[in-house]
Each structure stands twice: as C-alpha cells, then as structure tokens.
Design a protein around this ligand. Structure first.
Ligand code: NAD
Length: 536
C-alpha cells in the first residue's frame, strides 16, 4: 500500500454536510452510541503493559459537568523512568523498521478513523464541547495529518544530495532522533495530538504521549486504535498525567531527545527553559518543537466587502467560542467604516445561538471552570479599559461552563484585552486611521500566529504580505481553519518555533540529516554498496 500511495496525490478529507438528512441521522446515532460508552476507565499503557494508579483523572463533559466522559490513570513523575525505558527499548527495532511499514501504520489508522469518523466526532463533542462541524473539522484534520505525513515520510526517504562529486557516491538520509515527549493541548485533542504523534513515529522515533488532562479520552480512543492496528509495544506509550508533574518530569528527563509541544506561551517557555538545561548523563541537545498561543488580528480596510469582513470576523472570533490559537481576538477597523462595521457585527453576534454542542448549537461551553474564570476575569479587565457592547457574563445551562459571546468596542490598541491571549469568546474592536496605522496595531503584540486582511486594494495586500508579521496570513477570508498541505501552520515570535505543521518542512524537525560520502572503487565485492538502508 505504501508504495502505491506515492501515485495517489494527497487530498484533504472532505467535511461532512450535516444539512444532508442521512448524514445528520448518522451523526445523531453515533452520539447516542458514544453516550452509552461514557464513563469508562482507561489504563496507562507503558511498553504494552497496562497500569492502574491510585490517583485518577476524571474527564467531564463541559456542557454537562455531571456527565463523566472518561476516567484515566494519572501518570506521575514516578512513571517517567518506566515510560522512558519502554520507549528506549522499542526505539532500535522501530528505527530499523522500513519506512514503508511505518507509513502503512499511519494509512491504516487513517482508514479506520475515516470509517469511524462519526464516532470520533462524538467523542470530541462530549469531551471538548465541539459542535458537529467543529468536531468533524478536528477529525478531518487528524486524517489529513496521517495521510500527509505518510507521503512526506516517503518523500524524505527518497531524498538525494543535490550534487554528486566525481569519484564519490553521495547520499543524504534523514534518521530518527530517539525518544520524544509529545505534549498536546486540549483544544484540538484529536488532530494535534495524533498529528504530532504521527510525525514522530513515521520518522522512526518512539514516543511518550501525554495528552491534556482536559481531553484525555479522545487520545485514549486513538491509542486503542493504534493497538488495534498492531503498532508494536513501546512505540507509543500512553501516559495521561498532569503537566507540571509527569509532563515536566518527562521534559527534564536526560534521555528525552525531543519535545513536541503545542499549548500556551507560558508552558511552552517553561519547556524551552527546562529542555535547555543539560542534565547529568545527557548526550545531546534536546530539540523542542513549540507551538504556542496567539493574539490574532483581522484588519478591515475602508475599501472592502464589509458584509464578508463581518462574517469573517464573527466566524474567526466565535467559532468554537474563540478557543482556537488562530481565533481572531482583535478586529482592527478603519475609522471611515467603523460605525457601520460595529452595527453589522452587533447584529451577527446577537444572532449566535448558544447551547449544548451535542444538539449542535453554534456556540458551546468553555472547556473548564478554570477557563471560564480566566475569561470572566479578562472581561472585568475589559470593562475597565473600554466599552462593553455585547455579552460579558456567564450563562447558566445545566452547569456547563458557558460565557456569552462578548464584544468590546473602542478598545485602545495597548489595552490588556488587546494584547494578552484570552482564549475565549471575547473580541476587541480597535479603531485605526489608515492602513499604516492598522498594520502598526496588528504588529504590536508579542505574538505572531495568524492574521487576516479584508480589502479590495491589491497594493495594500502586497504591503501586508511583507509587513504583517504572522506565520499564517489570510486575505479576504477568515483567519481560522488552516488546511493541511495548503496552509502549513505555525507562528512567529512568542507564538512558537514556527514548526509549520502540515507542511513540507515539518517532518525534518523529527529527524537529523546524515550525509554519507563513499569514495568509489575501494570496496571488495563482499562489501558492495548498499543503495537503500533501513529507511529514515
Ligand atoms: P497548556 O499550555 O495549558 O497545556 C498544553 C499541554 O502542556 C497540556 O498537555 C498540559 O498538560 C501540558 N503541560 C502543562 N504544564 C506543563 C509543564 N510544566 N511541563 C510539561 N507539560 C505541561 O495549553 P492548553 O490550555 O491545553 O491549550 C491552549 C493553548 O494552546 C492556547 O494558548 C492556544 O493558543 C495554544 N494552541 C496553540 C496552537 C498552535 O498551533 N500554535 C494550537 C492549539 C492550541
């Protein structure tokens, strides 16, 4: 199968059309089937060994916190040595496994996820509070990562040196690094969790996977699928645990060769610092792939399709309740159209319906009481800095962690709510005077993840192309919804190491290049040159 996929180009997984009654029925049936499976207890799995701990992590439905989604063992720092030993024991065999075989595991996983996508969507709805379309986008992105990295691994395996020196045979191979810690966030608990894991293992590394305590069940179901397809024991070790406990211990471990992390700036910087400290017995510089937060802006120019711009801002700010790193949290609007923009925006935001994502409301709950508190605190800050136009309070609904879609207007460009990541349904509208000013505001945060510009003036787009400092820039469209392959994803500055997940450079981060030069004519027949090695 692996060799044949090279002739089948990568295509993004299509999204489900829930306006189709048959698809809607299937999704409803899957939600019922998954609801009947909620509350199950999952094991810690290290080197294929199932482990129970006294401490547990209980994952609940953020829309109905009385409903337990899954109970998990809590890996603590004391589990780090065993997890490392298992991943190290599996490493030589896995690294020597032909890349084609490793690729086949990814493709088989993608195939099964595709078959079960309604079920995976349902897990995402119950555990992360995603509405149907958001859940489906997460599942589709997961399939995309598996399919894309499978092809990328084969491409990398076929790498050649650009030059062959006369009298030499020159080759270039990308070899695995070793054991990596994969530490995903809760908000794309399927795509980002599985994507970072897949990139690490398809390139021949072994992994200690520590999912977020806020969404470990989706990871447990994915891990069960990896077991089902026969991934060798120890290649992925499933270790849910607290970030500051198990997570920090695995980052600091002297044998952790790399850390693939996606999450907040604060934790990303802590990992960066910890990984930089050489531990006794450490024989390499740890590599860190750190994708962090954002404070993303949409510039709305005086000359643009205003209705389209308002739709783009609303979708980017309030899709999944602003809980995306790419979410628009600042609309920078030209003074000449500011009042009209605010009127249209108000109308659209007032029309947002909030409720249980299992019933497919557009806007659902925040992930946790902690997240709700943080967002409400920022709303209080916002009230002291600017004018509250809409929302601004929690919403009571079956104990769920709901905050109403919130808009602040006339926000100073240097207000805290204009500069700090809130990670919730809070939009700051900032007035600009001309495009120079808009760009200046757009670049005034420490972040640089996504951004968008709405204008009909090509010369302004050309300026933004050069001067808007973000890793993912969009023109006349929303700033969320990056597609694997088309929009390699990752940010500048405090948004991370710009790893460009879903892009052609991503797998390189999980490998090291080995250049081999052989002077020709000096081998005996018994030691003939190997044209192909054990793969990556
Ligand atoms: P978080 O930083 O709180 O947690 C992320 C992961 O790190 C979790 O698994 C957590 O348990 C773990 N962790 C926490 N403390 C740790 C420590 N000391 N050592 C090791 N691991 C530790 O982030 P979150 O709340 O899960 O996710 C939201 C954040 O992620 C937002 O800031 C968002 O912008 C960001 N994010 C970024 C991207 C991107 O591609 N740039 C994508 C999604 C989310």
């Amino acid at each position: 199968m692996a060799t044949s996929i090279t002739s089948v180009p990568f295509v993004n997984e299509p999204f489900l059309d829930f306006s189709n009654p048959e698809i809607k029925r299937e999704q409803q049936a899957a939600l019922e089937a998954v609801e009947a499976r909620l509350g199950h207890e999952y094991d810690l799995v290290i080197g294929g060994k199932r482990i129970q701990t006294t401490a547990k992590i209980t994952s609940v439905n953020p829309a109905r916190p009385a409903q337990v989604v899954g109970i998990h063992q809590a890996a603590g720092p004391e589990h780090a040595p065993a997890a490392m030993a298992a991943a190290q024991a599996a490493f030589p065999g896995w690294a020597a496994t032909p890349v084609q075989t490793r690729v086949e595991y990814l493709l088989r996983a993608a195939e099964l996820i595709r078959e079960r996508k309604y079920l995976f969507n349902s897990w995402l709805t119950f555990e992360a509070g995603k509405n149907w379309a958001e859940a489906d986008a997460d599942t589709a992105e997961c399939i995309d990562f598996l399919e894309f990295y499978a092809r990328e691994a084969l491409r990398l395996d076929a790498a050649t040196t650009p030059i062959q020196l006369p009298g030499e045979h020159n080759t270039l191979r990308y070899v695995p690094l070793g054991v990596g810690a994969v530490i995903p966030p809760w908000n794309f608990p399927f795509a980002i969790m599985a994507g970072m894991t897949a990139a690490a293992i398809v390139t021949g590394n072994t992994v200690i996977l520590k999912p977020s305590v806020d969404a470990p069940t989706v990871a447990a179901v994915f891990f069960a699928l990896l077991e089902e397809i026969g991934l060798p024991d120890g290649v992925v070790n499933f270790c849910p645990g607290e970030g500051p406990g198990f997570g920090a211990a695995i980052v600091a471990h002297p044998q952790t060769r790399f850390i693939a992390f996606t999450g907040s700036k604060k934790v990303g910087l802590e990992i960066h610092e910890s990984a930089a400290k050489t531990q006794p017995g450490q024989r390499f510089i740890k590599r860190t792939v750190l994708e962090m937060g954002g404070k993303d802006s949409i510039i709305v120019d005086a000359n643009c399709d205003l209705a389209m711009a308002v739709d783009g801002v609303v979708a980017s700010a309030f899709g999944f309740n602003g809980q995306k790193c790419s979410a628009c949290s600042r609309a920078i609007v030209d003074a000449s159209i500011y009042d009209e923009f605010v009127d249209l925006l108000k109308e659209k935001v007032e029309a947002i319906k909030q409720g249980d994502p299992a019933e497919n409301f557009y806007s659902g709950p925040l992930i946790s009481p902690v997240a709700m508190r943080r967002v409400l605190d920022y709303i209080e800050v916002g009230k002291s800095e600017s004018r509250l136009l809409l929302g601004g309070e929690s919403v009571s609904n079956e104990g769920g962690f709901y905050v109403a879609p919130t808009v602040f207007v006339d926000v100073p460009a240097t207000a805290r709510i204009a500069l700090e990541e809130i990670f919730g349904p809070v939009l700051a509208v900032i007035k600009s005077n001309g495009f120079d000013h808009a760009l200046e505001i757009a670049n005034n945060t420490e972040y640089g993840l996504t951004g968008a510009v709405y204008t009909s003036d090509r010369s302004l787009l050309d300026r933004a192309r050069n001067e808007f400092q973000v890793g993912n820039l969009y023109f006349n469209r929303k700033c969320t919804g990056a597609m694997v392959g088309a929009h390699p994803f990752g940010g500048f500055n405090m948004s991370g190491t710009d790893s460009k997940a879903g892009g052609p450079d991503y797998l390189l981060l999980f490998t090291q290049g080995k250049s081999i030069a052989e002077k020709l004519g000096h081998t005996t027949p018994a030691g003939e040159r190997q044209e192909s090695g054990p793969g990556l």
